[in-house]
Design a binder for this molecule. Structure first.
Ligand code: C5P
Length: 317
């Protein structure tokens, strides 16, 4: 997250994320799933613009960047007060017991229903910026609990103090974070097909590790982290894991198509991110990622990006 303040107009960049590992252990009584995932922020950003206003209204507008066809490729984004950004600032305002309002503009570049965390990242950005612009001075712990009420992935985008906004292992339903440092610079090719997937639907048809003869993937996660921290990227590419991929395969034909297309590429490893439908591949360098992205663009698989991991940005408070 990158926060700037010019004449009381706040601007913040909200990054996408990729899941390099995602294990689903069991179904919980509250309907969520117990999981463990390694997430890294990547340099595809939405931009949120925020100005506090004394009258209590929250004015919100959302705009997709690029041409109308790019806007279509981003998928459905609520442009009214049901957008998670508005829900986030309204929740913060209610809990803080203040009457201030805001003018908020959201510029979308991260596709929706894609497993890239766009909506969650926007919500975290909105909490962080409103906290500053409204001079609330909430600490990160307090903001993080509010973030968890908005969505399982939202706390990740507020960052952890340990990793200062790098990667994190997220546990519980995704809201319990442990920062991971020293992952190094990673380069990815990412494709988001024309069709997205509902997170709830993918989780509902997932067969958790507890119902499967489980492979002990916690040790696989540790091996993946060690490989990344020691710069053994090819080994890391072989250790990727996402348990949600097999359920997504049953729901969307695009997941199968991307699996086949990525299998043909000269990359170090690939898989779906989050609950899909996007796939990513690990590349050897930024140049390699750009070359592979150019190849993929000729195969009509939707929107294709050459990305690398980044920091979440500034401390929140
Ligand atoms: O937390 P969030 O609102 O993003 O989750 C969307 C849906 O994904 C939930 O309603 C739930 O069906 C599913 N989910 C889950 N287990 C998780 C996270 C999400 O089953 N750990």
């Amino acid at each position: 997250m990158y926060l700037q303040n010019k004449d009381s107009n706040w601007e913040i960049r909200a990054p996408a994320k990729l899941n390099l590992h995602l294990e689903v252990f069991s179904r919980r009584e509250d309907g969520y799933h117990e999981l463990e995932t390694l997430m890294v922020p990547v340099n595809l950003f939405d931009t949120l613009w925020f100005r506090s206003q004394p009258a209590g209204r929250i004015e919100f507008a959302c705009q997709s960047s690029g041409s109308p066809s790019t806007a279509d490729a981003l998928g459905f984004v609520p442009r009214d007060h049901s957008n998670l950004v508005v829900r986030a600032v309204e929740l913060l305002r209610a809990r803080a017991g203040i009457a201030q309002g805001a003018v908020i503009r959201l510029f979308k570049r991260i596709p929706s229903a894609a497993g890239l965390g766009g909506g969650s990242s926007d919500a975290a950005a909105a909490l962080a910026v409103a906290n500053r612009a409204w001079n609330l001075d909430w600490d990160i712990g307090r903001l993080r609990s509010l973030a968890a009420e908005l969505g399982s992935d939202v706390p990740f985008f507020l960052g952890t103090s340990a990793a200062r906004g790098g990667g994190a292992v997220c546990r519980g339903r995704g809201e319990r974070l442990t920062g991971v440092t020293g992952l190094g610079k990673l380069h990815f090719v990412v494709a988001r097909p024309p069709e997205g997937l509902s997170t709830a639907e993918v989780f509902a048809s997932c067969r958790p590790a507890s119902e499967d003869q489980a492979i002990p993937t916690t040790s696989q996660l540790q091996r993946l982290i060690r490989a990344l921290q020691s710069g053994r990227i090819a080994a890391a590419g072989r250790l990727l894991h996402n348990r949600l991929q097999s359920s997504a395969l049953q729901i969307s034909g695009w997941v199968k198509r991307l699996q086949q297309e990525f299998a043909k590429l000269d990359i170090l490893g690939y898989q779906m991110t989050g609950s899909g439908t996007s796939f990513f591949g690990i590349c050897r360098s930024a140049r390699h990622a750009r070359c592979v992205a150019a190849q993929l663009r000729m195969r009509d698989v939707g929107s294709v990006y050459a990305l690398s991991n980044c920091r979440l940005g500034l401390p929140i408070t």
